[in-house]
Design a protein around this ligand. Structure first.
Ligand code: HEM
Length: 367
């Protein structure tokens, strides 16, 4: 969902601000630096923030949604048939859009990447193979993006030989491929486990990349670019996009059996006694996470939840880091004095397993 919204924002921005962006791009670059910086601060902050910041601003700006959407537009611009409306609209915007996407991509790498690099510094032996591959590929992708970013500035481009510049720009194809792998490595595992929303992102990215490949190959071979009935092609593409997104949205909203079970357990929490009727003491509870049981100890003092600690946890740290995400969930429960709180985006199963464990402990305290 974050990606679809980011794509809408990026498209509206390109169409509404396109002319100003071509004429005077610098204020837009400064604006992107400022917004990206704010998103990093928000993503790293421990302060409680309004839902619009945690649910939308951070995932879209710091979480990679916007950078992905802008790069998709830059990539697609090169696939429109020559002299078509798409080519006329987006090709002149490719340079400024890729600079904005890169600035935001760097912000995202800092906001989300640093914690991964910190883990890597402690030794690769503590990381799973898939996480090591993810970190290595993400780093290569960022390194490929840097020269593309710098040479997108007109002043730098003018100083380069045209042939050298064109050769360098070809590495963009490797970058696009790595971007696809990056998103798939992140989104496919939770989508397969039935986590809500991830399948939409997978569907949309697969659709965009497949249709890009078809259009780009057609343009490169020049066999079909002129002969294709363009209006029909656009209609078929739009129909496919609407169909895949509809299937994905329906699929994402149909509760999977496990998810349903966990939700029911959490809904039962609403029937629990108010926390001030809770008995003082330390109570234990268990819930089901991704890889197994999550166990917690909940301490009640003066009828209030005063402390929660994890006593058992075996989920992968790349989805739910007990030090960071676990602390965040504990803070949410302590603040709300209830287990009826939002889960962490991207770690639905682990969060729900944790909340279910807290509920079990609270049930005992309420007896
Ligand atoms: C050129 C640099 C990069 C680009 C263009 C990029 C792009 C993206 C995109 C498109 C997404 C999916 C966002 C969505 O649709 O919700 C994403 C998510 C993510 N990326 Fe990157 N990325 C970059 C660098 C990195 C690096 C270096 C790391 C860490 C080593 C990283 C870690 C992540 C993580 C953890 C997520 C998931 C965020 C979430 O849970 O919401 N990215 N990135």
């Amino acid at each position: 969902m974050v990606f679809l919204i980011s794509l809408c924002i990026a498209l509206i921005f390109s169409l509404v601000c396109g002319d100003s962006l071509k004429k005077n791009p610098v204020p837009f670059y400064i604006g992107t630096v400022a917004i990206s910086f704010l998103s990093i601060v928000a993503a790293w902050s421990d302060m409680a923030m309004p839902a619009v910041i945690t649910k939308w601003f951070i995932p879209i700006v710091a979480g990679g949604g916007l950078t992905g959407a802008l790069f998709v537009i830059v990539m697609y611009a090169g696939a429109f048939p020559n002299r078509s409306l798409g080519a006329k609209t987006f090709i002149p915007l490719r340079g400024p859009l890729s600079i904005i996407a890169s600035i935001n991509g760097l912000g995202h790498s800092i906001a989300y990447g640093l914690s991964y690099y910190k883990k890597a510094m402690n030794g690769f032996s503590e990381l799973s193979t898939s996480l090591i591959i993810f970190i290595v590929l993400s780093t290569i992708m960022t390194l490929i993006m840097l020269p593309l970013f710098i040479t997108s500035f007109v002043s730098v481009r003018r100083k380069m030989k045209a042939v050298t510049w064109k050769k360098l720009q070809r590495t963009a194809y490797v970058f696009y491929a790595l971007l696809f792998v990056h998103v798939m490595m992140l989104m496919v595992p939770p989508a397969l486990k039935g986590a809500k929303g991830y399948d939409i992102t997978v569907f949309v990215y697969v659709f965009i990349y497949l249709s890009y490949l078809v259009c780009r190959v057609a343009k490169a071979t020049d066999a079909t670019a002129e002969k294709l009935p363009r209006r029909q092609l656009v209609l078929v593409s739009l129909a496919l996009l609407v169909a895949t997104t509809t299937v994905a949205v329906i699929n994402a909203n149909v509760k999977k059996p496990k998810e349903k079970l966990e939700t029911e357990k959490i809904e039962q929490a609403a029937d629990l006694p108010a926390t001030n009727t809770l008995k003082d003491g330390t109570f234990t509870g268990e819930g089901m996470g991704n890889n197994g049981t999550i166990a917690v100890e909940v301490t009640i003092v003066d009828g209030e939840i005063s402390d929660i600690v994890f006593t058992k946890f075996s989920d992968d740290a790349e989805y739910f880091d007990v030090e960071k995400d676990g602390k965040e969930m504990i803070d949410r429960v302590l603040q709300a004095q209830s287990a009826d709180v939002d889960t962490i985006a991207g770690a639905t199963y682990s969060s729900e397993g944790f909340l279910s464990a807290v509920n079990k402990a609270l049930e005992q305290a309420g007896q």
